[in-house]
Design a protein around this ligand. Structure first.
Ligand code: DI6
Ligand code: FE
Length: 404
């Protein structure tokens, strides 16, 4: 008879985040066993099959184990940086003013179009390696800084290459309607047609996009334009996500829910009707405290309403050069707890199980349940609450991805 398991981690406290369990699904004196990169067992060590055997047994020395962190909202691949604008904002210019003056997203678009694949890969890989060192095992990467077909597809190819060459799972999202590119200033409809008739079909045909996203704001795209994009995504069988109600109450949450979106993200200006629509649709609310922090916003997402309505809440970095130059999920977790008053349990679930749900991957990752990918984060903390308490302290002891 072959070995029961490839590897077993024992002698620690598990936070399984199992849907069925109470709270974090805490298991004292727990063990996790993996076989072929999948969790074969997760629970009390005492309940492991009698006479089990493993190629390797690792003593957790009492440490806390959670599912690997899932960063479900990043714009990781881009050229250049926006530190100069960051300074302008410190001197009083608003994000919108800078965008209308031709800065903002469009300035990163120029830098991205000018960067070759190698530079896009290298600069994103540096950020990705830091996320991996922070405990991330799955990351979503959006396009959105190309705004022409070739560059948008190039960004998605770089994202796919990052997932193929780094020990992390990557899901990709086409964010064509991120900003209106300068060359289409006089003809918005033509840019929308480029998105619906070329970007989405090409990305879909080449298997480059796992979802489609849009930026619904007066400084970006309108409800009608986003509807066109979402119809085109639906026609290609691609799920949708939406940057919704971040800067204004634009009915983004309701629109996302209307399309059964995987997630509606930001939500600072979402109202009760939007919350009810999200609850009805089962759409995940993705909270992005890095942008809230960097933009010095003062309007918080309707957390209490989301809680009451039972809307699943996820937390992500929104890593992007303009509004959230944040690379650490651990920091995003602390910011979410402090700024949005989320409990430790809500934040840890939001950075694992609910983030997996926001990617449509809750069947495969996000909890310590048999059959799921054996993606673990093993922490140097005594209490789970420390994961949302420390800021700037990397509490990760060891990260396990697909059993390694
Ligand atoms: N909302 C945001 O905060 C980012 N994109 C979006 O749709 C901003 C992206 C940038 O400023 O570069
Ligand atoms: Fe974003």
């Amino acid at each position: 008879v072959g070995r029961t398991f490839d590897r077993v981690w024992r002698g620690g406290t598990l936070a399984t985040l199992s849907q069925a369990a109470e709270g974090l699904g805490i298991v004292q004196d727990g063990a996790v066993a993996c076989r072929d990169g999948r969790i074969a067992y997760a629970g009390p060590e005492a309940d492991m099959p009698l006479g089990w055997d493993a190629g390797e047994v690792i003593d957790l020395e009492g440490r806390l184990v959670t599912p690997g962190l899932v960063d479900c909202h990043t714009h990781l691949v881009f050229g250049g940086d926006r530190s100069a604008e960051f300074e302008m904002r410190r001197r009083g210019s608003s994000y919108e003013e800078i965008a209308r003056a031709g800065g903002g997203i469009v300035s990163t678009v120029r830098a991205t179009r000018a960067a070759d694949d190698g530079e896009l890969y290298r600069t994103a890989a540096d950020r990705l390696d830091r996320m991996i060192a922070d405990g991330v095992t799955t990351v979503e990467i959006k396009s959105g800084y190309g705004l022409d077909v070739e560059t948008e597809l190039r960004i998605l190819r770089v994202a796919r290459a990052l997932g193929a060459t780094r020990p992390v799972a990557v899901t990709t999202t086409l964010l064509g309607p991120h900003a209106l590119p300068p060359e289409f200033k006089a003809d918005r409809a033509a840019y929308l047609r480029l998105v619906t008739d070329e970007m989405i079909p090409r990305a879909s045909a080449e298997g480059l996009a796992d979802a489609v996203d849009a930026f619904l704001e007066p400084i970006a795209f309108s409800t009608e334009e986003v509807r066109q994009v979402f119809e085109a995504a639906r026609a290609r069988g691609l799920p949708v996500k939406l940057h919704a109600d971040q800067l204004t109450a634009s009915g983004g949450a309701a629109l996302a829910a209307d399309f059964g979106a995987l997630s509606a993200d930001h939500l600072e200006w979402t109202d009760e009707a939007g919350v009810a629509a999200l609850a009805e649709a089962g759409t995940v609310a993705v909270l992005l405290p890095g942008a809230f922090f960097s933009l010095r916003e003062d309007r918080k997402p309707p957390i209490e309403a989301l809680r009451r309505a039972g809307v699943p809440m996820a937390v992500a970095t929104d890593c992007n050069p303009g509004t959230s130059p944040l690379v650490s999920m651990q920091a995003a977790m602390t910011l979410a707890a402090v700024q949005f008053r989320l409990t430790a349990e809500e934040v840890i679930a939001g950075a694992t199980r609910e983030a997996a749900r926001a990617l449509g991957r809750e069947a495969d990752i996000g909890t310590l349940d048999p059959g799921k990918a054996c993606d673990l984060a093993i922490w140097d903390v005594e209490q789970p609450a420390e994961l949302v308490y420390w800021l700037g302290r990397n509490s990760l002891h060891v990260r396990v991805w697909r059993g390694r």
